[in-house]
Design a protein around this ligand. Structure first.
Ligand SMILES: [Zn+2]
Length: 98
């Protein structure tokens, strides 16, 4: 359960506040082997991840869709250090803030 402040922060986020997003299977490893990380920007993503983000991993539209998903389900979303996530129908959606 998130606080009102956390909920407000989540609902006010835009893609420009994000580094990346994750869409993958619930209850599985989130390294990317059971889902997909998408980045807003290769340089920013590389700096955050610590190894190169390739051009095909830069998918702003995918980041935007994941953000909409987490925001649409704000009532069951969770915050974690650096982002927000939600579990919907067996999939985990997470957004990572700048
Ligand atoms: Zn993994």
């Amino acid at each position: 359960m998130m606080s009102k402040t956390e909920t407000r922060t989540l609902l006010n986020l835009t893609v420009n506040d994000l580094v990346s997003a994750y869409n993958g299977r619930s209850g599985k490893c989130a390294c990317g082997c059971s889902g997909r990380h998408s980045y807003m920007d290769a340089d920013l993503g590389t700096a955050r991840r610590g190894y190169a983000v390739d051009a095909d991993e830069v998918r702003p539209k995918s980041v935007a869709r994941t953000l909409t998903k987490v925001q649409d389900h704000f009532d069951t979303a969770e915050s974690f250090p650096g982002g927000f996530s939600v579990d919907v129908d067996g999939r985990l959606f997470a957004v990572y803030v700048r």
